[in-house]
Write a protein that binds this ligand. Structure first.
Ligand code: SF4
Ligand code: SF4
Length: 124
């Protein structure tokens, strides 16, 4: 009987929790979520891979093409790579990647930036 007022208040009062997953909370304005690489601007310098504390980034390159790979299940969303990128091609959404049951990686490919011609190169 002592609990009755509380039970009645909870039955007819406003819900204290959301009906997840049918009601999803809005993202926080500065939340660090899904990592995005605008690969057209990436110069494949490898700085993000060297700085990443989770070692979930890999950058490979040859003379013409670069490959940027993110093992996104290992990413902790710290944003270190975003801050370190010299051309600001990395960003983070405020939302998180949807849950998945299979481990996967994201592989993006792009052209290597052209190097400026050296001074005194024949044909200049
Ligand atoms: S730091 Fe930026 S430019 Fe360099 S490889 Fe990473 S994403 Fe590309
Ligand atoms: S957000 Fe952090 S953990 Fe994720 S790739 Fe960037 S540096 Fe690595």
């Amino acid at each position: 009987m002592k609990m009755l007022p509380t039970v009645i208040a909870n039955l007819f009062g406003k819900a204290a929790t959301r009906n997840y997953p049918f009601t999803v909370r809005d993202n926080f304005e500065h939340a660090r979520g899904e990592l995005i690489n605008d690969i057209k601007r990436c110069i494949f310098c490898g700085t993000c891979a060297r700085k990443c504390p989770s070692q979930c980034l890999t950058v490979e390159r040859d003379k013409t093409e670069g490959v940027w790979t993110l093992e996104f299940f290992a990413c902790v969303g710290c944003g270190v790579c975003v801050d370190a990128c010299p051309v600001s091609c990395l960003s983070q959404k405020t939302s998180h990647r949807p849950v998945a049951v299979e481990r996967a990686v994201i592989t993006l490919r792009g052209k290597m930036p052209e190097r400026p011609a050296k001074k005194g190169t024949p044909g200049e």
